[in-house]
Ligand binder design. Sequence first.
Ligand SMILES: NC(=O)c1ccc[n+]([C@@H]2O[C@H](COP(=O)([O-])OP(=O)(O)OC[C@H]3O[C@@H](n4cnc5c(N)ncnc54)[C@H](OP(=O)(O)O)[C@@H]3O)[C@@H](O)[C@H]2O)c1
Length: 274
Amino acid sequence: MKHIADGTILNNGIVMPRFGLGTYKAEGEEVAKAVTTALELGYRSIDTAAVYGNENEVGSSIAASGVPRDSLFVTTKVWNTDQGYDETLKAFDVSCKKMGLDIIDLYLIHWPGVDKYKDTWRALERLYAEGRTRAIGVSNFQIHHLEELLKDSEIVPAVNQVELHPRFIQRELHEYCASRGIQIEAWAPLMKGRLQDNERLQGIAAKYGKTVSQVVLRWGLQNEIVIIPKSVTASRIKENSEIFDFELSAEELAAISGLDAGERVGSHPDKVLF
Ligand SMILES: NC(=O)c1ccc[n+]([C@@H]2O[C@H](COP(=O)([O-])OP(=O)(O)OC[C@H]3O[C@@H](n4cnc5c(N)ncnc54)[C@H](OP(=O)(O)O)[C@@H]3O)[C@@H](O)[C@H]2O)c1
């Protein structure tokens, strides 16, 4: 990992940048500016979702950036209340329209929910077959959801986007996905900014002249995880991208993974039942 746009090859052969900008809880002018700043700094992957209510602004900033479309990787997600075959096809059209895009690079099922994700997945398989999305995947799927999905699906998800950071390393799920060619992507890779006071991370950061956030993100990259840290603060958007000029040792990686405490900051997927 030497460059901000370096990618991982997904199970269908397309390349997804290993690093991108998250946009959850960022709306209006704030998110528009954040996306513009990120693209100027060389970010080439943007993560949004229908439920974030910012697809219009994300799309406008992309269009205004002048970055060639084929250099960008845009992810969005079908929201829980739009699950189901027909509903998902409609939701996809709405997302494309809001962003002003014909093709979405990665379309994800946002949460498994209860009993519709197989129908939703069939819709994603159709969108993929029609060339409207370059890859399809899931988010917040536990092993049992994936096992169930894989029983009937034609396409193995390219990505599973889940909560993952040093306090919640998801070792079992990560290994399961890796063994089946499903790329793990971390949401809340910074644990939403809650790791700043950790002395172990501060010690490693001091050694490299880096910040705690930079060390945590570098740990993600070196563990083959796709990371999408969110910030609407220009200085932090820059800080988070300056992680391609140092390398953590095997001992440091292990020490950071040793912070795992099974501690979530978001919802448990088995409890998001709508
Ligand atoms: N699939 C899902 O269910 C799901 C769920 C949650 C998130 N996501 C995606 O994953 C992305 C990332 O997750 P997240 O936004 O929840 O959490 P995150 O990226 O771990 O943390 C974002 C928080 O950390 C702060 N921050 C950013 N850079 C920082 C730095 N260098 N130093 C200190 N604080 C910093 C941000 O503040 P400022 O913005 O104020 O700078 C914001 O409050 C989301 O934006 C979204 O795109 C997906």
